[in-house]
Write a protein of this length. Sequence first.
Lengths: 275, 264
Amino acid sequence: MLDLFAYDFMQRSLFAAAMVGGLCSLIGVFVVLRGLAFVGAGTSHAAFAGVTLGYLIGWPPLLLAVAFGVATVWITGWLEEQGRMKLDVSIGILYTATMALAIVFIGLMKTYNAEVYGYLFGSVLSVTGEELLLIGGLAALVLGLLIAFWKELLFIAFDQEMAEASGVPARQIFFLLLTLVALTVVVSLKTVGAILVFAMILIPASTAYQLTHSLTTLTLYSVIIGTATALTGVVVSTVWDIPSGPSIVLLATAVFFFSLVISPKKLRVSSGHLR
Amino acid sequence: MPGGSRPPIIRFDHASFGFPGVTALEDITLSIEAGEFVGVIGPNGSGKTTLCRAVLGLLAPIKGQLHIFDCACQELRCHHRAKIGYLPQKGVVDRDFPVTVFETVMMGRYGALGLFHRPGPEDRRIALESLALVAMERYKDTALGHLSGGQQQRVFIARALAQQPKVLLLDEPTTGLDLPMQHNVIELIQHLHETLRLTVLLITHDINMIRSRVDRLVLLKTRLHAAGPPADVLKPNILEQVYGKGLVISDKDLVIVEDYHHSH
């Protein structure tokens, strides 16, 4: 099995999986704490619509994925800010609308395009060197912004109105967070696919959330779980010849259920202190 | 105190607040001077929280003007906001949010620090001092969710103090607390007002708890019905006009108010 690691494609795949696993689980901390779980799902489907349009009109698919993803989260955030509707309602509408658009774009393609389906279901084993550079660049950008605005992101996740009242530009930071979620989704599309990227964002942070009351530890656990399950998932998918995206997500889900069993927080449920 | 020599720190000038078709507060003219302890009372839906949001600069007047620190509300910048320590209504805290008491208080420094600046030793010193002021320093490494409601309120007051504010704005700080804890929190607020010479704006339903402690009471029901020393505001005719018949006055010194909307 060790021979596998000598192949270029395997090294590229593992590198991409580690980057995507680490990044998704890092942004996932804020997604879980700020209650934006559904935004990840909506954004991934919007980004997929961008990919399909890119293949249809011959534009760079990831560029249009960024445009669709960012536009979707901004519209969602704006609607919530205006008090017009709750975030989960607006994202639900845009989620299905962009998926419908994606189906229309696929329908308009004259020929079957396997690459499009790679973005839907994920195919980390086929990541090219150029794609790896693009993923790395976007991941570095997202990571840099997360580090630069860490304290403000933490404050708005805890209480956005309080953050604004305390002099933090909370509204701008909230839109930055939405943008970072969209960029992370796009970075991850090729690796785990539009359908499963949501799980990569949500599951490691939710797992870590069960295990600690410290933000630093939660972040650390989330990144370790995200990266480890991504790497293990790629190896499992190669050895057992099963799709990589589902392998990663199923492994992460198994770890999540294990965390529920060992969670110190479950004690509060049994002792009747759960809110 | 009102009309004294101290400069107004908050000034409403015929200000109205609301949304298209809905006026939450109408034609408010009111000055709050530096160092005053003001209680804001009124039934549910009277505009108390709207007043709070306006002072925080989160809501601009649809008519008239509001000046905070001599700055028009619409032009209130982040550094102005950082000078208002705010304690929101209880009940919005996620028990499982992974944050310690010290980390919560440090958040009070973030607005003043500005973007791209990390908290330094001076910020940590201010946060620890703020915790000491509310007698919670020994809980600094405890998870916020592990504290009782009253202790959490103390931590949030410490967070507001860590902003080194000029104004302390408290929105129903005793809601959901048992009676001893209510007294405890109000006494703490009075102590902070006296020792730190803070301007305090306290929004509450509990007139009995604050009437002997505040310099002035402001009585709202969409409009400003009365403002002045408690004895001038807590008059049967004024209270009955605002609260309706759900009000019981046992004698001229003791006022027991059942919130009109709660009791009907």
